[in-house]
Design a protein around this ligand. Sequence first.
Ligand code: ADP
Length: 191
Amino acid sequence: MNLILFGPPAAGKGTQAKRLVEHRQMVQLSTGDMLRAAIASGSELGKRVEGILARGDLVSDEIVIELIENRLPEAEAAGGAIFDGFPRTLAQAEALDIMLKGRGKQIDLVIRLKVDDAALIERIAGRFAESGRPDDNPESFKVRLAAYNDQTKPLLPYYENLGKLVDVDGMGSIEQVSAAIDRALKERCGV
Ligand code: ADP
């Protein structure tokens, strides 16, 4: 099974992906985590993307598509992938479909965590202080939210048209959101 966790920055995608990994035979594929690991390692790629992440802009489609492609065999061997923070553009979504199709696989469900803007801003205000992420500051967060609204939100009709989109209320506690995701998986995928 291959899932996409979809939603704005700070919606709780990473938290829910980690919980799904604990409970199901799946691997979390977070392009944000991969890019931060590249930066921490001091690699050529890390140096190229460091400023982009700090500003809150999106890195190029080519870079993230390649990161994901490299990890697909491992995810497949584990039983499936939870895509977290990918795809973020239509080009990424189309590339993902093609890569999976080439392996005889597909996206089974796109779980959209719905959180309103006021709640996001409140959450992030708490996270600025403790996360240590250079992009968790008011200016970069504004850019990240704008990138989501301009480039990522347009993916919703793409997945809606494919009949793969399900909305989950992301405003409750971590446990409430997890339970809602489990209900959606049971209803839509029978698992
Ligand atoms: P969040 O969802 O909280 O914004 P992520 O960890 O998913 O955080 O992403 C952090 C940053 O990494 C993004 O702001 C962007 O610069 C970069 N990034 C992550 N995934 C992608 C992607 N699929 N396409 C382009 N840039 C990405």
